[in-house]
Every structure is written in structure tokens, then in C-alpha cells.
Design a protein around this ligand. Structure first.
Ligand code: NDP
Length: 323
């Protein structure tokens, strides 16, 4: 879709002549920038929305972010989604229900948004922050599949698992990972891909997406024996485990594409706030072995928001075609 977006200090190959090992490549990986790639995606989407607006007399894609309660981390994620939407020209609204909301009240709110024709995308910010018991699976599956731009309902997950990619919404984080893999120019077809994690949001849809892009896929989880051995067979590795710096550089196959979804806060006295964010991959050592690598932060994170916008614009386009 776009030409490669790489860090300038990239693709530096060193021969370790000093130690006499000519021919053995010690490389510094090419860094795949999620910041730059997501900016390109957002620019393209803005152009598409401008076109829609002028062609269909003021029409704009509509997005609703439904929140229950008032978690600080959710507030932060929501504000970055609303900001990105505003930049692109998507009409985004934040609907917040109090933390005393019952399951019935949340369902009623979803039903009324499902029926609103000016809303093309509806996401329910998880986790739900309610004093009442609310079945989040039921809530996720109550979002109309045509508006489920997070791609988390069983209908969309089922279509993805069957390979019906052009007819479903692909969850935003795996979709962003695929876009970053495309940036490397490495073809997925025929490669051996390893995914660490099998969650509904990251690991399981990532497996499906790689599979239907014709990779041979191994999915690992907390009960997988010999994780380093599995990782060592990966031409493409996607990690979504939530374990700080778990994957070490010496586990990797030389030249692998490494996509790190992890967001982990670790103590760091040198930083304001006393902590910093690291991925699930030990970046310094992986950088010596991988062919391509995503940084944390600035890798998968910004792509997740961009792909939410992509799904919303796509949903609005499908709506216009159905009219
Ligand atoms: P979950 O906790 O839902 O899933 C983690 C998965 O990793 C599980 O399948 C678990 O296995 C597996 N796992 C945990 N520990 C190990 C281990 N030691 N070895 C092998 N597998 C392991 O997390 P999420 O999928 O929601 O998130 C994963 C990471 O991605 C987190 O750091 C999260 O913050 C980040 N994230 C980032 C996003 C972004 O926009 N960048 C968006 C969403 C998530 P099992 O199933 O057996 O328990």
C-alpha cells in the first residue's frame, strides 16, 4: 500500500571481520515505525473522507465510543481515538454511562446506537468499569456486526477464522501488525509465522490473519513447551503476551520480522513517574538478530488507533453502497 517506512539508521549489516567470521552477518535490524506508518494511513483516510463528504453532500462517517465508568487508562485511550477521528473528519462521539449502569442499561444504549443510521462504527471501551456484574461477552456481541469496527463480535471473528477477510471487520491491533509487516516488503505467503498469545483481541485474530495471508502459523500460549525453540523457527514473529521483555534476542531466527504488541510498565528511577514502557521483546538483544523490528513505544500502538479509523471509514463506505 505504501513504500517502506524505516528508521534512517537501518539495514546496517556488519561483517565481524575482526573475529575472523567472514560471511556470518551481525545485523542491526531495520526499525518499522508505527508512528510514521500510522500517519500515512491517517492522511490517506482524511483524503477518502474529504472525497465522501464532497460527493455525498456533507456526509461524514460516524463513530461512537461507549464507556461504562471512568477508568483513567480508558479515558486516555478514548481521547486518543477521538483526536484521531477529529483529524480525519470522522464525526466521533463519546457516550459515557456511570459506573452504576446495569447490564440492561448498557444493552439499551447499544441498541439505540445500533439503530442510529448516522453512526457507522460503535466500540465499547473495555474493560467495563461497573459496580454491577456485566457480561462483557454479551455486550460485545450486542454491537451490530455491521458497526462492530473493533471486530470483536463472534460474527466478525467467525468470518475472519473462515478467511472471509473482505466481508468482516478485522480487530485493530492485528490489522495494524499486518500493515507493519507489509511495510517490510517481506512476503507473508509461504513463511513460517509464530504468534505468542491467543487472546480475542491480539493473538487469535493475528493467527487467522497470517493464516489467510498464506503463512504456516504456530500459535503459542502459556502452556507451550520450549517457547525459545518455537520462536527460533519463526520467519515472522508476533508477540502479544503482556510479559515484559520475555522474548530474548538469542531465541530469534537470524533476519526474522519481529512485531511486538506488548505494553508493559516497568520501574525506572531515571524517568519522571518512576517507570517506563517496554514491549514483550527484549529490544536491545533482538535488534542484533532480527531483520526488522517494531519499537515500543511507537510501533504497534499507534497502528491500533489508525486501524480503528480505517474500519470506521470502511463501514461508512459499505453503508453508502447499501443505501
Ligand atoms: P491477554 O492477557 O488477554 O493474553 C495474553 C496471552 O499471552 C494469553 O494467550 C497467554 O496464554 C499468553 N501468555 C502469557 N504469558 C505467556 C508466556 N509466558 N508464554 C507464552 N504465552 C504467554 O493479553 P492481550 O492479548 O490483551 O494483550 C497482550 C499484550 O498486548 C499486552 O501487553 C497488552 O498491553 C498489549 N496490547 C497492545 C495493544 C496495542 O494497541 N499496542 C492492544 C491490545 C493489547 P494463555 O492463553 O495460556 O493464558
Amino acid at each position: 500500500m505504501f513504500g517502506p517506512v524505516m528508521s534512517s539508521s537501518v539495514a546496517l549489516s556488519l561483517r565481524c571481520a575482526a573475529s575472523g567470521c567472514q560471511g556470518i552477518r551481525r545485523s542491526i535490524a531495520t526499525v518499522i515505525s508505527g508512528n510514521k506508518t500510522s500517519k500515512l494511513v491517517r492522511n490517506r483516510l482524511k483524503e477518502e473522507v474529504d472525497k465522501m463528504t464532497s460527493q455525498f453532500s456533507g456526509f461524514r462517517p460516524g463513530l461512537v465510543v461507549l464507556q461504562v465508568g471512568d477508568r483513567d487508562d480508558s479515558n486516555l485511550y478514548i481521547s486518543s481515538k477521538l483526536r484521531a477521528a477529529a483529524e480525519i473528519g470522522i464525526d466521533a462521539k463519546h457516550v459515557r454511562l456511570p459506573n452504576t449502569a446495569t447490564e440492561d442499561e448498557v444493552l439499551r444504549s447499544i441498541m439505540s446506537i445500533n439503530e442510529n443510521p448516522s453512526v457507522h462504527g460503535l466500540i465499547v471501551q473495555l474493560p467495563l468499569d461497573s459496580v454491577n456484574h456485566i457480561d462483557s461477552e454479551l455486550i460485545t456481541n450486542s454491537v451490530s456486526p455491521e458497526k462492530d469496527v473493533d471486530g470483536l463480535s463472534c460474527i466478525n471473528a467467525g468470518k475472519l477464522s473462515r478467511g472471509d477477510l473482505s466481508n468482516c471487520f478485522i480487530p485493530c491491533t492485528p490489522n495494524g501488525c499486518m500493515e507493519l509487516i507489509r511495510q517490510t516488503g517481506v512476503s507473508v505467503a509461504g513463511k513460517h509465522a509464530v504468534v505468542i498469545g491467543r487472546s480475542k483481541i491480539v493473538g487469535a485474530p493475528m493467527h487467522d490473519l497470517l493464516l489467510w495471508n498464506h503463512a504456516t502459523v504456530t500459535t503459542c500460549h502459556s502452556k507451550t513447551p520450549d517457547l525459545p525453540g518455537q520462536v527460533g523457527r519463526a520467519d515472522i514473529l508476533v508477540v502479544g503476551a503482556g510479559r515484559a521483555e520475555m522474548v530474548r534476542g538469542d531465541w530469534l531466527k537470524d533476519g526474522a520480522v519481529v512485531i511486538d504488541c506488548g505494553i508493559n510498565h516497568v520501574p525506572d528511577e531515571t524517568k519522571a513517574g518512576g517507570k517506563r514502557v517496554v514491549g514483550d521483546v527484549h529490544y536491545a538483544s533482538a535488534n542484533q538478530r532480527a531483520g526488522f523490528i517494531t519499537p515500543v513505544p511507537g510501533g504497534v500502538g499507534p497502528m491500533t488507533v489508525a486501524m480503528l479509523m480505517e474500519n470506521t471509514v470502511q463501514s461508512a463506505q459499505r453503508f453508502l453502497l447499501r443505501r
